[in-house]
Design a protein around this ligand. Structure first.
Ligand code: ATP
Ligand code: MG
Ligand code: MG
Ligand code: MG
Length: 561
């Protein structure tokens, strides 16, 4: 591919809201553009990487007997009403009406649709088990689309669904998928962990999330340093013993306190001693981390949302910052230690606008005043009853925490959808039975971003060979120099003939610009045709290791292969 005519609009300055490094790099490397919040165009470089990820997925899934199909993205409301998720999905489901005023949803996931199709298509146990998958755009009106491809409102997912006549059969497919996922994520170059997860609104029981380790990740993984145990925080916590009830705070309940105008009012409505629980006002800033701001017991309505701040770390704010941000009186602010327990942020409550927080030796509690729900206070007993350095719930080793990006999930759904949609087959005895089901997702667009989160340096992306858009970046350093130009053209032809994927920078740019762009785009091998072109010698650089060597045109193809 000739770069002079390739759609790769590299960019120097990225918008301030591009907080995640993968988002910044993909914009700068001309891989994507935003159309609306959480809605992106994948430009050719991104599309090529995505196609390679898809090929790996197809190879692994076809290899365990899954069958590819394509389901509609436009879903009649009745399907979602039957399963109950027309209600349960809330605002995340994008709804629309057709010209006859009939309700539809855009596919956020496809359990309902596939169950309906299978219900009509499979009548006998003889066709079971069945495992089908598709690669398709999904629509979810996320409350906080952010971090570029990591959380979009329109994104690309591989989703698979399996149908069974026994628990054993479901179990077998579940683990075959689990293993296929491990191979897929290894092959795309991710460092990841499968973790025991909570099945949430999907229903069902056994489920694992595949977490790519990255500091930008919105999930916390609790893992043991002495065994394979790894779980998401909710699951690890649910296995830990309940802490003794706090003497001072009790277990707090969720209560609407619409009349509360101040922290004191909210605390009173919750039956909490404001002197203890509300010594601090904590504001979480949407961003890579959280900014923890503490100030005296004061009116909530003075607190400003700090979204624009783009805080990059979690720390105590300085007095100066608090004065600046809140217009507070200098001298009235200080870090607060409640009963000697430091207060800190939790990833799961990112995105809430204002939070009052209290803590004691058994844990800590939050009062949340959510956006659009003025002064409606909710008290949360923190789930983080497991702590880093506690023993691991499996009793082997100690527990460690790490941040992760959920790139995939496997579920044993059981009969949730087959029951609500009445999907039945006839068993050996001719008796009608509801299907057992599993479902399995991989965020393909999210995976690209996760790979970049793990594979970059200060100069740009460092693609793993397996999913690099091209293997080679060939640079003609001075296109005005006929010798150089001729050699570059000849090498371009050689590489293409050898079946090597090559991006040829034949633009009339300066060498410095080309080197910079090559590092930014991050293809595995850079071949620069420059001063020694006359001798037929070029300079080769390996992006990942920085290793450089000079090779003759004759040896080049062999070396690259
Ligand atoms: P999350 O917890 O991050 O909201 P999820 O649990 O809602 O994700 P699933 O329903 O399990 O997501 O969907 C399967 C996969 O699709 C996820 O593991 C993730 O990789 C991907 N995915 C989900 N939501 C998004 C999104 N908004 N943008 C990009 N990828 C997504
Ligand atoms: Mg979600
Ligand atoms: Mg999830
Ligand atoms: Mg999930």
């Amino acid at each position: 591919m000739r770069q002079s005519t390739y759609l790769v609009p590299t960019m120097r300055d990225v918008p301030a809201d591009a907080e995640a490094i993968s988002h910044q790099l993909m914009l700068r490397a001309g891989m994507m553009r935003q159309l609306a919040s959480g809605v992106y165009a994948y430009l050719p470089l991104a599309k090529k990487a995505m196609t390679k990820i898809e090929a790996i997925i197809r190879e692994e899934l076809d290899g365990i007997g899954a069958q590819e199909l394509t389901l509609p993205a436009l879903h009649p409301a009745e399907l979602w009403q039957e399963s109950g998720r027309w209600e349960d999905m809330g605002d995340e489901l994008i709804r629309l009406k057709d010209r006859h005023n009939r309700d539809f949803a855009l596919g956020a996931t496809h359990e309902e649709v596939i169950t309906t199709i299978i219900k009509d298509g499979i009548t006998s146990y003889k066709k079971l088990p069945l495992n089908v998958y598709q690669i398709q755009t999904k629509f979810r009106d996320e409350r906080r689309p952010r971090f570029g491809l990591l959380r979009g409102r329109e994104f690309i997912m591989k989703d698979a669904y399996s149908f069974h006549d026994s628990e054993e059969s479901l179990h077998e497919t579940y683990w075959a998928m689990h293993e296929a996922y491990s191979r897929i994520f290894s092959r795309v170059g991710l460092t990841f962990r499968p973790v025991i997860a909570d099945s949430g609104t999907m229903g069902g029981k056994d489920t694992h999330e595949f977490m790519a380790l990255a500091s930008v990740g919105e999930d916390t993984i609790a893992y043991s340093d002495g065994s394979d145990y790894a779980a998401n925080l909710e699951m690890a916590s649910s296995l830990a013993p309940e802490p003794p009830q706090s003497q001072e705070y009790g277990l707090l309940e969720k209560k609407a306190t619409p009349d509360a105008k101040t922290v004191n009012d909210a605390a009173a409505a919750l039956g909490v001693d404001p002197d203890h629980i509300l010594k601090a006002l904590v504001v979480f800033v949407d961003g890579e981390g959280s900014l923890l701001l503490l100030r005296g017991n004061d009116e909530l309505n003075e607190v400003k949302a700090l979204h624009e701040l783009g805080a990059k770390e979690m720390r105590m704010a300085t007095e100066e910052e608090v004065v600046d941000l809140f217009g507070a009186t200098p001298g009235s602010i200080g870090p607060v230690n409640v009963n000697n327990v430091p207060i800190y942020a939790d990833h799961r409550i990112h995105g809430m606008e204002t939070i009052a927080c209290g803590a004691n030796e058994t844990g800590y509690h939050y009062v949340h005043v959510g956006p659009g729900k003025d002064y409606q206070a909710t008290a949360y007993k923190d789930l983080r009853t497991v702590k880093e350095g506690d023993p691991s719930p499996d009793g082997q080793g100690t527990l460690q925490f790490a941040e992760g990006i959920e790139v995939g999930q496997v579920f044993k759904l059981g009969r949730k959808y087959s029951e609500s949609l009445q999907a039945k087959y006839l068993d050996q005895n001719g008796k009608a039975q509801t299907f057992l089901m599993g479902c399995y997702g991989i965020g393909i667009s999210r995976t690209i971003a996760a790979v970049i989160e793990q594979h970059h340096d200060e100069n740009g992306i460092v693609w793993p060979v397996s999913i690099a858009p091209f293997l080679v970046h060939l640079l003609a350093l001075n296109v005005k120099n006929e010798e150089q130009q001729a050699l570059a053209e000849a090498i371009y032809t050689d590489l293409k003939q050898a079946g090597i994927d090559v991006l040829f920078d034949d633009r009339g740019e300066r060498a410095g610009v080309k080197f910079k762009d090559a590092d930014l785009i991050g293809l595995p091998v850079r071949i620069a045709v420059g001063k020694r072109a006359g001798e037929g010698i070029v300079e080769v650089k390996v992006r990942k290791t920085g290793e450089q060597l000079e090779l003759s045109k004759e040896d080049l193809v062999q070396w690259v292969k």
